[in-house]
Design a protein around this ligand. Sequence first.
Ligand code: ADP
Ligand code: MG
Length: 309
Amino acid sequence: MNKKNVLYVKDLNKTYSKNSSKSVHAIKNLNLEVKEGEIFGLLGPNGAGKSTFINILAGTTIKTSGEVNVWGFNLDVNPRQVRASIGIVPQEVNVDPFFTPWNILELQAGMYGIKKKDRITETILKLVSLDKQSKSYTRALSGGMKRRLLVAKALVHKPPIIILDEPTAGVDVELRSNLWDNVKQLNKQGVTIILTTHYLNEAEQMCDRIGILNKGSIVALDTTKNLLKRIQTKIVKFAVDKKVSISNDSLKSINILSNKIDELVVSYEKNALNISEIIKFISLQNIKLLDISTDDGDLEDVFIRLTKN
Ligand code: ADP
Ligand code: MG
């Protein structure tokens, strides 16, 4: 059975115009669909328009033109239902330092008109591992804890879609993986996840599909698997018993990364050269290969190729 579209965006445009000075076309004819249950990643360099896009969904930035549908609701017709369907974790951390996590979640629930008996404050705090800090002032929380509190805040009205804007920017590695575990757990419970990040390895691990945004336009949109298939660069490391005599001109597409007495590291393009040709080249010099290890390129390669002018 086809999963339903939980997000449907058609020909979306946003131009920021500052009175007399020049205007910024931050989103250009963006088209996008996200399906129920997906983890969708929006990647892009700084200034690509990621936050603008998310703020439009959140209702804090007004689009210039185009159509946005969330959970079947049209943003122009049913803005309140749109807002009820999504939980936004913003890029900027702004929580009142003199409130406790418990207070903040209760206030947020009040804002959404959730009755006391229907609130799930305790459950949410457990989910983001802040149950022990529930009654501490938030100013005493670490950066990572504040981030998790923002995730918690986005969950109080049990939205079917959670949108996270660079949730791990400035968060240390351990807390990052902890936060992603939380997000994966939510996804397992059926919540659709839309996130932006500039940590490509995280996107690679987390996302079912990825859209790459550059200067307001989508330059690639595919499953993570298919995007990775586009990568042609391979890196190979040879442990050798003598220094290899080799240069960038020796073989097609080869690029010498380092060449030492006991080790040669090169990169090459899969579509231009086969590893067996490199092995043959080395063997012809009567050099023994003691070990070989290869490394596939990652999303970073695709990203750099697609976003450099
Ligand atoms: P990202 O989140 O991908 O880094 P943004 O959406 O923040 O990108 O920014 C996209 C473009 O829009 C940038 O050129 C940025 O300078 C511009 N921009 C963002 N917010 C505003 C604003 N409030 N007023 C004017 N220009 C803005
Ligand atoms: Mg941003």
